[in-house]
Design a protein around this ligand. Structure first.
Ligand SMILES: Nc1nc2c(c(=O)[nH]1)N[C@H]1C(S)=C(S)[C@@H](COP(=O)(O)OP(=O)(O)OC[C@H]3O[C@@H](n4cnc5c(=O)[nH]c(N)nc54)[C@H](O)[C@@H]3O)O[C@H]1N2
Ligand SMILES: Nc1nc2c(c(=O)[nH]1)N[C@H]1C(S)=C(S)[C@@H](COP(=O)(O)OP(=O)(O)OC[C@H]3O[C@@H](n4cnc5c(=O)[nH]c(N)nc54)[C@H](O)[C@@H]3O)O[C@H]1N2
Ligand code: SF4
Ligand SMILES: [Mo]
Length: 750
């Protein structure tokens, strides 16, 4: 008799990118048998990309850490969880006692936003430690957008997204959602949504120094000089005023600063800005006119517009264009999501607030202002290296790989070795965690429950979806929020053996005293049947804008209801939210925040700068996920290669052949890569993906090491930042390139 194998089907939101696809995972005898898109998911409708399927490979990866590691005499040895926490207790509190909490830095990486336990408990760890030295991937990514949004709308996370399903015009700068699947815009299956937009007569226009996968499907592609977006956008805003195309419509009573803005852009006529962006003045004007004339339109910009020296100005001007053309907070335009939980702009008094503050502290060495409670990630190395009061002596890294993801990783790596102590919460022994003294393995995403704390606040449509764990945690493996609670116990001086449930209760009670006032005790009791991440989630959902308000709105949401809805809960298309969404002190949209008006001095002074000869930009690849998915066999065999894309004219001039090796250098830093010649590239621009460079000794990434590639960030300059947001400049950096057969660049050895 053939025995029927027990099959179970589970639903899990994919944690690998911002699209947050609902997956259907079939498990047989404790092993993943199949992963596909969950067709009935109300939000993603069955879409998935090759990375989603790789969840199986991650779960089964023999290199994925399953046991804590402690470094003893330079070598990692496996340890029990209690031993690992005891080691942390032995070494971390004395550093805090001697040098103060600022001597311990925190660095939070991208997966923090993709794991609800990390997302909800890393802020708690930050508060418990009380160090001003907090760093994250945000300053390698989207901090400019947080800042411009905060200044304009009063909250760092009030970020409008394109209402793509109703738009008939989408102007996209520095984003490639056909590959990245969207960012600061949770939009699974961009491909079909863009197709539908065009099928109903809409237009998609892409502005990018590379004719990307997205640009190839668009109606129009416009090459732009890297870093030139601010000049294009200023020229467009200028045109709107000059040609009297400004239409505030319904928003007129809610917007202040129109005149100040008009004056501030007076110097930026397209004829003057054209050279710096490499786009003819007439094209700039036509773009402005088309945008103004479009019925339902959005301008959207992403990482290409953020990782440059004018990142905050670009992020601001994109929303300025949407507002000035009447496409803001309107169906088909740029709209604010309204998440079911955790969204600050749904809390407190609607329509007015404290606004945001930055620069409450300055970083010790470079004097970079704090933004959103963080210092620039690119300042971490200098803060470790530079002696004196406030020097960083210890580091806790949580799902963060700055050795590859931040500029000048070599310098950072050397700095990490100088620390007195380093703890990593991570799933791999990799380029960063190899520097740690203790590594605490995070859970496989199949082992924990999930809710999109951040991305439901950035979604093209409102929804609430919860994923239960697909598998039980491996024996002894704590959930990630529990790991963070144990670290909190240690930094609070309660010790490694402290009762984490009690710590969790204390932290929640403290939160509620701050936020719920007289109802604090009642709310605490109402969710006391839950623990940890799920308790916070239940509380967030029940008190949220669609919540059951603990009985006052009995039809409303709570965790039981969301969890019972296997397909997720659809909360409808985005709706207008101005003025209720605003949290500025004026209660208005601040179109011309002084900090940004002042910053226009920089592009004004820069108008006459001549373009550098050759610059480098980054790109994402379908079979890669930042710096860390290259160890997953199904992705590694997807043929992603770390190649430099070079325009044929540049290749000819530099004597490069297709498939040949070349050196790329910036200052004293140099890497070697394979060359791919393609007219996709704008002349004078080369493109190299980031996240490669898996050839560093001491990592345990057997598959990734077979095809290591080169680290783009080895070329980047850690001292180049957008001064307002602290975001690193990772795009448009001047480089030299030459064929490998030639001698090494003068003065360079490596
Ligand atoms: N030149 C250049 N540099 C860039 C970019 C670029 O476009 N160009 N992009 C930037 C951007 S947008 C970002 S977001 C950053 C990302 O910067 P980082 O967040 O530093 O880098 P990641 O590659 O996402 O690395 C994630 C880390 O988390 C670990 N990890 C993965 N899953 C889990 C988990 O479930 N639990 C735990 N505890 N750990 C886990 C991985 O092993 C890895 O160490 O890189 C930035 N760097
Ligand atoms: N497959 C895959 N998907 C991912 C990731 C991944 O590593 N792999 N990473 C995820 C993360 S962390 C993020 S933040 C998102 C990012 O998502 P996207 O913002 O869509 O990122 P990219 O695909 O890198 O596209 C950026 C584009 O900007 C262009 N560009 C560079 N410099 C400039 C410039 O100065 N101006 C203009 N206009 N364009 C410029 C580049 O050529 C590139 O096409 O992707 C996420 N999704
Ligand atoms: S698009 Fe993003 S969320 Fe969807 S399956 Fe791929 S990696 Fe996962
Ligand atoms: Mo990112």
């Amino acid at each position: 008799m053939i025995e029927q194998k027990q099959e179970t089907v589970h639903h899990r939101i994919c944690p690998f990118c911002e699209a947050c696809c609902g997956l259907e995972i079939t498990v047989t005898e404790g092993r993943v048998k199949r992963i596909r898109g969950h067709a009935a998911d109300v939000f993603s409708g069955g879409y998935l990309c090759p990375k989603g399927v790789a969840l199986k490979d991650l779960h089964e990866d023999p290199d994925r850490l399953r046991q804590p590691l402690i470094k003893r005499e330079g070598r990692f040895v496996e340890a029990s969880w209690d031993e690992a926490f005891a080691e942390i207790e032995r070494r971390l509190p004395p550093i805090i006692a001697k040098h103060g909490p600022d001597a311990v830095a925190l660095t939070f990486g991208n997966p923090v936003v993709h794991k609800a336990g990390l997302m909800l408990y890393t802020p708690r760890l930050g508060r418990a430690l009380g160090s001003k030295n907090v760093f994250s991937a945000s300053t390698l990514d989207q901090m400019p957008k947080h800042l411009s949004s905060g200044l304009m709308f009063g909250d760092f996370l009030s970020i409008p997204v394109p209402d793509i399903e109703r738009a008939n015009f989408l102007l996209m700068l520095g984003a490639n959602p056909m590959v990245s699947n969207g960012s600061l815009w949770t939009v699974p299956n961009f491909r079909d949504k863009a197709k539908a937009l065009r099928a109903r007569g809409g237009r998609l226009i892409v502005v990018d120094p590379r004719r990307t996968e997205t640009a190839k499907t668009a109606d129009q592609h416009i090459f732009i000089r890297p870093g030139g977006d601010v000049f294009l956008l200023l020229g467009m805003v200028h045109t709107l005023f000059a040609e009297k195309l400004v239409r505030l419509n319904r928003l007129a009573p809610h917007v202040v600063g129109v005149e100040a803005l008009q004056q501030a852009v007076a110097a930026f006529a397209p004829e003057r800005t054209s050279a710096r962006c490499g786009i003819p003045a007439e094209t700039i004007r036509t773009l402005a006119r088309s945008l103004a004339a479009a019925e339902r339109a959005t301008v959207y910009g992403r990482i290409g517009t953020c990782t440059q020296e004018y990142g905050t100005l670009c992020s601001w001007l994109i929303d300025v264009l949407n507002i000035l053309t009447g496409h803001f907070d309107e169906p088909g335009g740029a709209m604010f999501p309204k998440a079911a939980a955790f969204q600050a702009n749904t809390m407190g008094k609607p329509g007015v607030g404290k606004g945001i503050v930055t620069g409450r502290r300055k970083s010790r060495v470079s004097g970079a202002p704090e933004v959103l409670g963080e210092f620039p990630a690119s300042c971490l190395a200098e803060e470790i290296e530079t002696p004196g009061d406030g020097q960083i002596k210890a580091l806790i890294s949580v799902s963060s790989n700055p050795a590859l993801s931040s500029p000048n990783g070599a310098r950072l790596g050397a700095a990490l070795d100088k620390l007195d102590f380093m703890v990593s919460v991570d799933v791999y022994l990799n380029e960063t965690t190899r520097h740690a003294d203790v590594i605490l393995p995070g859970t496989s995403p199949l082992e924990d429950s999930h809710y999109d704390v951040a991305f439901s606040q950035l979604s093209y449509r409102n929804h609430a979806r919860y994923s239960a764990p697909v598998m039980p945690c491996a024996a002894g493996q704590p959930e990630e929020w529990q790991i963070l609670l144990r670290l909190i116990g240690i930094v609070q001086g309660k010790g490694a053996a402290a009762d984490i449930n009690q710590i969790d209760d204390e932290l929640l009670a403290e939160d509620l005293r701050r936020t719920a006032g007289a109802r604090a005790d009642e709310l605490f009791k109402a969710v006391s049947h839950r623990r940890g991440m799920e308790r916070l989630l239940d509380l967030g959902l029940r008190t949220g804008p669609y919540g059951d308000q603990f009985g006052a709105s009995p039809e409303g949401l709570n965790l039981d209801k969301v969890a019972a809805a296997e397909t997720g809960v659809d909360l409808g298309p985005l709706g207008p939210r101005v003025p209720e969404v605003l949290r500025t002190p004026s209660g208005k949209i601040e179109l011309a925040p002084q900090m940004l008006i002042d910053d226009l001095m920089r592009p004004a002074a820069d108008l006459a700068r001549t373009a550098p000869g050759l610059v480098i930009v980054g790109r994402r690849q379908t079979h890669c996920g930042n710096s860390w998915m290259s160890n997953l066999p199904i992705l590694a065999k997807g043929a992603a290669q770390c190649t430099a894309l070079v325009n044929p004219a540049d290749a000819l001039r530099l004597g490069l052949e297709d498939g040949s090796r070349a050196r790329i250098a910036h200052g004293n830093n140099m890497i070697e890569v394979n060359v791919e010649i393609t007219d996709e590239m704008m002349p004078g621009v080369i493109s190299l993906p980031h996240g490669w460079g898996h050839d560093q000794p001491g990592s345990r990434l057997e598959v990734a090491a077979l095809n290591p590639g080169a680290n783009l960030n080895a070329l980047m300059d850690e001292n180049r930042r957008d001064p307002l947001s602290g975001n690193a400049v990772l795009s448009g950096v001047e480089v030299q390139m030459q064929a490998v057969s030639k001698p090494v660049f003068a003065g360079q050895t490596r």
